[in-house]
Every structure is written in structure tokens, then in C-alpha cells.
Write a protein of this length. Structure first.
Length: 454
């Protein structure tokens, strides 16, 4: 078995993960392939205008691209050349048939497995990098090994990086998880993958399990994180009603080391491509195994999250004298979190649509996510008179009745808020859904201020 690695899928997971693996394993050739030619062209672009934005990623790609990292659309050639095959294709929520709206749509994964089988000219080690339902590895192994000329071993190596900190998370992971069959062949395969990570990750942080535990751990970890966000947002509503301050409550709760301080920031609700999809997937799994109360429990996490965006619009409506029609609202931040241009499942998207329903004149500003925002809202943009996009936050706020801050970009806390106040219609409102601005300073300037959980 040779040491070359191919990763099928050059997205948010495939690109950064393989760039770091190539950086830390200069003796291995790493090829990232995708069916999307535009994406591959962007990864190969001469000026390094990569298809995704991640702090620090350009530097890593600059160092390794053309040395031992290659991007290509030649899937067949890469599968033939490499014995270790990571698969990081997308696994969106299925929108049709059985499990619609909850289960994972595994058609891309299965198509990839069949491609691997067709192209292989020797034994292969297939590594799930995508997040998949429990027992997918077993299904894939059946497809791959049924009447096959070669032997395929399927492992699960889910990825825990978060967007915006992908490079840091990859370089200094809390843990790497590798699950595989607990027989001689499976254990040997696990050792092969451990060696890739052990070039930079301390061995005690490389955890190995059986393949089903690995698959389930990934879903469970995302569900726990999402649950914390929904839990603190549920407390935030109570803070608004009672006069408590959610940031104070979170600070003191988080000081208990059993609870911990991370993922206790109240806000507009979680977005991103994975939390909702993975919790829904867990709900579907619970239902499939007859665990209906558990399914209901996890569904509550999603329900609470969706409620948070409706609550934001209701509070804005009330604060603006119960009419939003023809008022100008500047929406600060469209990315689902700071330091990414990703807008998948962003709370801003839902809020923008709810505001459009109220006939608001909406101007959206964001330092990295405007190209995606334009695509996401293409169906409601109309002639542009009610929905506009503006890179400059000062221009976006000019003449506005309210600013609705949705993404915690650091630049927003560094703006000249006195200047912004001067250019707005009065009374001027700031609704800071991330609690990241200086509330007292804003009030002193003259703003009416709303927060989450205050
Ligand atoms: P993505 O959509 O950014 O990238 C997936 C890529 O796979 C696309 O470029 C697509 O063209 C390609 N693809 C699809 N079918 C293909 C095929 N048959 N052959 C070759 N290429 C194909 O998705 P992503 O965000 O990278 O997520 C991928 C997986 O990783 C998902 O299962 C997700 O849950 C998981 N994950 C994502 C993150 C994250 O931060 N985005 C973190 C952890 C895990
Ligand atoms: C998340 C997990 O953190 C990763 O471990 C996982 O690998 C990834 O999902 C995945 O499977 O895709 P990501 O979605 O990129 O990563 O970003 P997070 O930092 O987890 O934030 C998710 C959402 O929750 C964001 O909208 C963020 O603003 C929100 N959030 C997070 C809060 O509202 N409050 C918090 O305290 C933390």
C-alpha cells in the first residue's frame, strides 16, 4: 500500500484538512479532487483567490501547493494513484422521500463509493471525512466489497474543525478520532491513518474507537454544542422578561468547571451547514430505532433555534412602534459567524426574509459574505429598491432607522458609532443580537439600544 492520499471533495472540509495534512507530511503526495471545475480552478488560481475564506489558509496553501499538494478534477487518475482515499463530499439533509427534512442525503457519498470501486486498481483504504449517519461505513463496505476484485476497508475519521478557525483547529486539535473495524485488517488500517496525524498531533490526542462509535460521536458532539446554544438562548428570553443579564448569568455558570464557559454566548441562534443538519440526522436515527422521546428532545434544540430569529424580528417590530414598512434597516453581518464568508443556514438569511415580508427597506453589509448573500437572496431582491447590498457599513447605515447587528465581526465594535448616529434617522436604534458592542457608549451617543438577554 502506497502512502499517497486523495481526498474526494474540495470544499470547506477537504481543502483545509488536506492542506494541513500535506504541510505536516511532506513525504506524502496529497491530491484533492472535485467534480466542480470552478472550485478546483479557484484552488489552483495564480493569485491564491481560494474558493473559501479561512484565516491563515492562504499561507498554508502557498507553502504546499505544487510541492506535495495538488488540486484536480481527474478523479479517476487520483484514485488509481493513491491507496488512501478520504471522502469529504457534502451530505445535505434529504429533501424528498423517506426521512425528508431530517435524514442525510447520501447520494453523493454512494456515487463516490461506486466511482472508487470502478477506478481502483488495487486494495484501498477509504476514510469517511464527511459527517455520516451511524452504520454508513458498513453500508459502504458492502457496496465496495460486493463482487470486488480488490479489498476495501472503510474507516471513519470525522472532522471537528469550526469555520473561521479551521487552520488553528487542524494544527492544534483537542482530539483526532479514528474509528475502524476491530479485526486484524481494521486495526492495521487504523494504524495507517494514525501515522498521518501523529506527525504533528500528540499520540494521546489521537483517539481510536470502533467505526460506529466514531460515526455517532460526531453527530453527538455537534448536537451537544447546538444544545448549549439553544439552552443559553432559552435563558436569554427569560433574562429579558425578568431583568437578569444573560452575559452575567453565562459568566457565572461557566465558572463551574463542570459546565465550562464555551458555547454559552446568547445570540441570534446557530447557523452553519452542520448543526441543524446533524441534529436532524440524530432525530431521524432516534426515530428509526423507536426512540421517540429522545427524538423529541433533540427536535427541541432546532425549534428553540428557529424561535430565536422570530423573536428578534418581533422585538424589532415592537421597538419600532409596531410598523416596519418602508423603514430602512441596515443589517450588519450576513455570515453565520465572524471570520467566514459562509452563509449556509445563517440566522441573517431568515431574519432578512422576515423583514422583507414586513416591506422593510433592507441594506445588508458584510466584509466577506456579500457574494453569498446576493446568491442566497436572489429570489427576493426584485428591482433592488427594497433590498440592497453595501460593502461599506457607514454607507449602509446612512439614513437608516435601525441597525440590526447579526454577525460578531470585530470591525463592528471598532466603527465610529458617533459618526453613524449622525447619519441616521432619529430615533436611531441599534439591535445588537451578539452583545458585542459597548451598550453604555451607544446610549451615551443617543442610540436606543436592544440586546439579546438584557
Ligand atoms: P462543501 O459543499 O463545501 O464541499 C463538498 C464538495 O464535494 C463540493 O465541492 C462538491 O462539488 C464535492 N462533491 C460532491 N459530490 C462529489 C463527487 N461525486 N465527486 C467529487 N466531488 C464531489 O461541504 P463541506 O462543508 O466541506 O462538508 C463536507 C462534509 O464535511 C459534510 O458531511 C459536513 O457535514 C462535514 N463537515 C463539515 C464541516 C465544516 O465546517 N464545513 C466541519 C466538519 C464536518
Ligand atoms: C461546528 C462545530 O463547532 C465544529 O466542531 C464542527 O466540526 C462543525 O460545526 C461541523 O461539523 O461542521 P461551525 O458550525 O463552523 O462548527 O461553527 P461554531 O463555532 O460551532 O458556531 C456554530 C454557530 O453557533 C454559529 O452560528 C455561532 O455564531 C453560534 N454560536 C456558537 C453561538 O450563537 N453561541 C456560542 O456560544 C457559540
Amino acid at each position: 500500500m502506497n502512502k499517497n492520499i486523495v481526498c474526494i471533495g474540495a470544499g470547506y472540509i477537504g481543502g483545509p484538512t488536506m492542506a494541513v495534512i500535506a504541510k505536516m507530511n511532506p513525504d506524502r503526495k496529497v491530491i484533492v479532487v472535485d467534480i466542480n471545475k470552478d472550485r478546483i480552478d479557484a484552488w489552483n488560481s495564480g493569485d491564491f483567490s481560494l474558493p473559501i475564506y479561512e484565516p491563515g489558509l492562504v499561507d498554508v496553501v502557498r507553502e504546499v501547493r505544487g510541492r506535495n499538494l495538488f488540486f484536480s478534477t481527474d478523479i479517476e487518475g487520483a484514485v488509481k494513484e493513491c491507496d488512501i482515499i478520504f471522502v469529504g463530499v457534502n451530505t445535505p439533509t434529504k429533501m424528498f422521500g423517506r426521512g425528508a427534512g431530517r435524514a442525510s442525503d447520501l447520494q453523493f457519498w454512494e456515487a463516490t463509493a461506486r466511482e472508487i470501486k470502478n477506478y481502483a486498481e488495487g486494495d484501498k483504504l477509504v476514510v469517511e471525512k464527511s459527517t455520516l449517519p451511524v452504520r454508513t461505513a458498513a453500508a459502504m463496505e458492502s457496496i465496495l466489497n460486493d463482487h470486488a476484485k480488490y479489498r476495501f476497508t472503510v474507516l471513519s475519521n470525522p472532522e471537528f474543525l469550526a469555520e473561521g478557525t479551521a487552520v488553528k483547529d487542524l494544527l492544534e486539535p483537542d482530539r483526532v478520532l479514528i474509528g475502524g473495524p476491530q479485526d486484524e485488517v481494521g486495526l492495521a488500517a487504523i494504524r495507517e491513518i494514525v501515522e498521518i496525524y501523529a506527525t504533528w498531533v500528540p499520540r494521546e490526542r489521537i483517539l481510536t474507537t470502533n467505526v460506529w462509535s466514531a460515526e455517532l460521536t460526531k453527530l453527538a458532539a455537534n448536537a451537544f454544542l447546538a444544545q448549549r446554544v439553544s439552552s443559553i438562548n432559552a435563558i436569554a428570553g427569560l433574562c429579558e422578561a425578568t431583568g437578569a443579564d444573560v452575559d452575567e448569568v453565562a459568566r457565572v455558570m461557566g465558572a463551574d468547571h463542570r459546565i465550562g464557559s464555551k458555547f454559552l454566548k446568547a445570540g441570534p441562534g446557530f447557523g452553519g451547514s452542520c448543526f441543524k443538519k446533524d441534529v436532524l440526522n440524530l432525530v431521524y436515527l432516534c426515530e428509526s430505532f423507536g426512540l421517540h422521546t429522545a427524538a423529541e428532545y433533540w427536535s427541541g434544540v432546532i425549534k428553540m433555534n428557529e424561535h430565536q430569529q422570530e423573536r428578534i424580528v418581533s422585538r424589532l417590530f415592537k421597538a419600532m412602534f409596531n410598523t416596519l414598512a418602508n423603514k430602512k434597516v441596515a443589517l450588519f453581518g450576513f455570515a453565520f459567524k465572524a471570520d467566514t464568508g459562509d452563509t449556509r443556514e445563517t440566522p441573517s438569511g431568515k431574519v432578512a426574509r422576515l423583514l422583507a415580508d414586513e416591506h422593510v427597506r433592507l441594506v445588508i453589509t458584510d466584509p466577506k459574505a456579500l457574494p453569498n448573500a446576493r446568491k442566497d437572496l436572489a429570489d427576493i431582491v426584485g428591482d433592488g429598491s427594497r433590498l440592497a447590498f453595501e460593502e461599506d457599513p457607514y454607507k449602509a447605515a446612512d439614513g437608516a432607522d435601525a441597525i440590526l447587528l447579526m454577525t460578531d465581526w470585530r470591525l463592528y465594535s471598532e466603527l465610529d458609532w458617533g459618526r453613524i448616529y449622525g447619519s441616521m434617522r432619529k430615533p436611531a436604534l441599534v439591535f445588537d443580537t451578539r452583545n458585542c458592542l459597548d451598550r453604555r457608549a451607544l446610549k451615551e451617543i443617543g442610540f436606543k439600544v436592544l440586546n439579546i438577554g438584557k
